[in-house]
Write a new protein. Structure first.
Lengths: 200, 190, 187
């Protein structure tokens, strides 16, 4: 099998195989928590934490976990780390935990995480799996940060809580569901457009 | 809370897809044809309702009384994964054509955040068993509605020229935005 | 090792490790989380009561549930009651701490403990000017709201433009829930 240079495993998650814009994974949190940049960042980091830990364990034990029960095993591992992340957030930053609401536990069913275990961590060594996880996690976090910044600035005029636009500025729709769909749709279209230009 | 109110809230006002952002992956993935969208919606509703009941029982009869709430996420997702397996085997036995039509999307119901989201919400809101049941049915119907409406629109879109960059997920998102806007109108219903 | 046995062993080991890790996690996060919730609740209680009071907790049965009501005592006299009420808002449950006069005729103050309403619209119910309206609000015959105009009666408040449902929800909760507590306490 032709192995890519190690650094490629990291970089691919940032753009070429960006989990949200290209692979269309993790759309639920991408839409739901990106109301403010702070929330988008927190979600991205939490998901990255879960992805890194899960990929580490799955890769470590990939030769030991029998194939028939691999999905169940991955799920238990992922769910355990999500519980850890959730409890930590609730115990140490309760306000962020409350505004992220049910979406932290929903990291369990974020297809990005389960997907990477099945597609990569179960078939590759620990080093590469960690790089893959880091790349995907960072790509996810960056995309969420971009989307939430757009929504927060256009919707409330602030960024990370700091007033950026003049007071009273705000397209309220951007912080509501329709705005989320619209913004994500444009970002995906934008990514598609950029990619087609690159291939031309 | 009044059962009818819970039902209407879950199906229309706080529609799982268009308002709570749950179940977006199948929403984007399976909404190309109205029949498959409807079948997916029904299969998901079926799993949702049973999952809601089983997770409620496990939480209220086992986890909470024994102070084991920390196991909630692990337990819930395992229950959902097992239910989906069972439903898969059931459909395969009962109607092979339906099984083939749903294909890969059947096992993917496990990762549908709508189901886990539903189970967790019912617990957070401290709904009773019957409230949870109605909540599940309402959520499933709302989910199916969103999928079918989107599929209907996308079928029409096949006949139209969409700019290349927008084809696929992007245009789906934008349409979803208009649908979400429309559904916001239900807010004054109750 | 026989495949089925391997499956059972692996799954059992994973479950045990997961269970163990979670048990440890629970033991050191649960107390912190409960403490924080308790702190928030206590802060809210004192927030809606007049200054320098002693607080006594009494249990009242409402709707088949035992709830806590906080008696505020100053110089051996009851000067106010505080308790938690909740109900549905536009898209989330609203949890409030309210402080009422001893005869339940006036709302001293209210504090919003929890809400997940629409950002920029419904969330404005936490704005100072809106909450100020409720201080000293008369509860009899019931609280009402008016849109796009300053309130003209002392049991009326002005709803938030664009967030009528969230505002109305608060009024509803005050009317129904405070009444329940009043009746349960025979006032």
């Amino acid at each position: 099998m032709n192995k890519k240079p190690a650094i490629q495993e990291l970089v691919k998650g940032l753009w070429d195989e960006n989990p949200v814009l290209v692979q269309l994974l993790g759309l639920c949190p991408a839409l739901a928590v990106t109301v403010s940049a702070e929330n988008g960042l927190a979600m991205g980091l939490a998901a990255t934490f879960v992805l890194l830990c899960s990929s580490f364990l799955v890769s470590l034990f990939r030769k030991v976990i029998p194939s028939q029960v691999r999905i169940a095993a991955y799920i238990v591992i992922i769910a355990t780390f999500v519980t850890i992340a959730d409890r930590f957030l609730a115990a140490f930053v309760p306000d962020i935990s409350k505004s992220l609401g049910p979406f932290i536990p929903l990291i369990i069913v974020n297809c990005m995480i389960l997907g990477r275990q099945e597609a990569f961590a179960s078939k590759n060594g620990i080093g590469r799996s960690l790089l893959d996880a880091l790349g995907m996690g960072l790509g996810f976090t960056m995309t969420l940060l971009l989307l939430s910044s757009i929504r927060e600035i256009l919707g409330s005029g602030t960024w990370f809580g700091m007033q950026i636009m003049w007071k009273g500025f705000g397209w309220k729709v951007m912080v509501l569901p329709p705005g989320a769909f619209l913004a994500l749709g444009c970002l995906i279209a934008g990514a598609n457009w950029i990619n087609s230009r690159r291939k031309a | 809370m009044n059962l009818l109110v819970i039902f209407i809230s879950a199906a229309l006002i706080n529609n799982f897809v268009l308002s709570q952002f749950l179940g977006i992956c199948p929403f984007v993935g399976v909404s190309k044809k109205v029949d498959s969208a409807f079948s997916m919606g029904m299969a998901t509703t079926f799993v949702m309702v049973i999952a809601a009941m089983v997770t409620w029982l496990v939480y209220n009869l086992i986890l909470e009384p024994f102070n084991l709430e920390i196991l909630q996420y692990v337990a819930f997702i395992l229950i959902i994964a097992s239910l989906v397996q069972l439903v898969e085997m059931f459909i395969k036995k009962v109607s092979k054509p339906l099984y083939d039509a749903l294909g890969i999307f059947l096992p993917l119901i496990t990762t549908n955040c709508a189901i886990l989201g539903l189970a967790l919400n019912a617990v957070t809101k401290e709904y009773s068993f019957s409230q949870t049941l109605v909540y599940g049915i309402g959520a499933g119907i709302g989910f199916t509605m969103a999928l079918v409406i989107m599929a209907g629109i996308r079928e029409e879109l096949e006949l139209v020229d969409i700019p290349k960059a927008f084809q696929g997920a992007a245009i789906t998102m934008i349409i979803a935005g208009s649908l979400a806007l429309a559904f916001m109108g239900f807010a004054g219903l109750i | 090792m026989n495949n089925t046995a391997k499956i059972i062993v692996v799954l059992t080991i994973i479950s045990i490790i997961s269970g163990g890790v979670l048990a440890v996690l629970d033991s050191f996060t649960r107390p912190r989380i409960e403490d924080y919730a308790e702190k928030v609740k206590n802060a809210a209680i004192y927030d809606v009561l007049p200054e320098s009071v002693k607080v006594e907790v009494i249990k009242v049965k409402i709707d088949d549930e035992e709830r806590e009501v906080y008696k505020a005592i100053k110089k051996n006299e009851v000067v106010a009651y505080a308790f938690q009420v909740s109900g549905s808002g536009f898209q989330s449950d609203l949890v409030l701490m309210v402080g009422v006069s001893p005869d339940f005729s006036e709302l001293n103050s209210l504090k919003i403990l929890s809400q997940m309403e629409t950002p920029g619209l419904g969330t404005r119910i936490e704005e100072e000017w809106f909450i100020e309206q409720f201080k000293g609000l008369k509860l009899k015959p019931s609280v009402t709201y008016i849109k796009n105009a300053k309130p003209s009666k002392d049991n009326e408040i002005q709803a938030i433009t664009g967030a009528t449902i969230s505002s109305a929800a608060i009024v509803d909760i005050l009317n129904t829930e405070i009444n329940k507590v009043r009746l349960a306490m025979n006032k």
